[in-house]
Design a binder for this molecule. Structure first.
Ligand SMILES: COc1nc(N)nc2c1ncn2[C@H]1C[C@H](O)[C@@H](COP(=O)(O)OP(=O)(O)OP(=O)(O)O)O1
Length: 164
C-alpha cells in the first residue's frame, strides 16, 4: 500500500471569513495529472508523514510550511484492495511565495471557489470540512483497475471530529 500526504496551506485573503484562500496545485504529471489537489505525494523510506508533507510542499511549490495540523486520514481502496493511505494536513504557517515546478502549477484559491469539478471525486465529500477546520477519517472505494485516477469512485464511509 502506498503511504502519501496532502497539505493545504491557508491564508486570509481579505477582511471577511469568506475571503480565506487555500493553496492548491494543478498537477502537471503522475497520478491525478490535470486535476487540482493539495501539494503532497508519496512518503519516502524512513520519513514520517509530516516530514513528507513538508518536503513535498517545498518540492512542488517552493513553500516552507510549518506547524502542520493533522486534519485527516483517508484510505483509498481499489477493487477491494488497500491502495493508498493518505495523511491530510492544513497549516496557516509558511514562508516564501509559491512557484511553478515540474510537478505543479500553484494557485491561491478562495475557499468558497475550490474547483471540485476538476478534482478527485472523493474530494467534495471531505475537503470542505477540512477547510472549515474539522478532522476526518474516511474510506473511499474505487473499482475498475489501475491506474486509480481512471477507476470509478463507488462508495465511501466518513467519520468526523476524529482525534489524531
Ligand atoms: C483517490 O482520491 C484521491 N484524492 C485526493 N485528493 N488525492 C489523492 C487521491 N489519491 C491519491 N491522492 C494524492 C496523494 C498524493 O498526494 C498524490 C499522488 O502523489 P504522486 O503519486 O504524484 O506522488 P509523488 O511522490 O509526488 O510523485 P513522484 O513519484 O512523481 O515524485 O495524490
Amino acid at each position: 500500500m502506498i503511504e502519501a500526504t496532502l497539505c493545504f496551506p491557508l491564508r486570509d485573503g481579505g477582511d471577511a471569513a469568506a475571503d480565506r484562500e487555500v493553496l492548491l496545485i494543478e498537477k502537471r504529471r503522475g497520478l491525478g495529472e490535470g486535476w487540482y489537489n493539495g501539494p503532497g505525494g508519496k512518503c519516502e523510506s524512513g520519513e514520517t508523514p509530516r516530514e513528507c508533507a513538508i518536503r513535498e510542499t517545498e518540492e512542488e511549490v517552493g513553500l516552507e510550511v510549518s506547524d502542520l495540523e493533522k486534519a485527516g486520514e483517508l484510505r483509498f481502496l481499489l477493487d477491494g484492495e488497500a491502495h493508498t493511505f493518505c495523511h491530510v494536513y492544513r497549516t496557516r504557517s509558511f514562508a516564501g511565495e509559491p512557484s511553478v515546478s515540474e510537478e505543479a502549477y500553484p494557485e491561491w484559491i478562495p475557499v468558497d471557489d475550490v474547483p471540485y469539478d476538476r478534482m478527485w471525486d472523493d474530494d467534495l465529500l471531505w475537503l470542505p470540512g477540512v477547510l472549515e477546520g474539522k478532522t476526518v477519517a474516511g474510506e473511499f472505494r474505487f473499482e475498475g483497475g489501475e491506474p486509480l485516477d481512471e477507476a470509478a469512485f463507488v462508495d465511501h464511509d466518513l467519520e468526523w471530529d476524529v482525534s489524531f
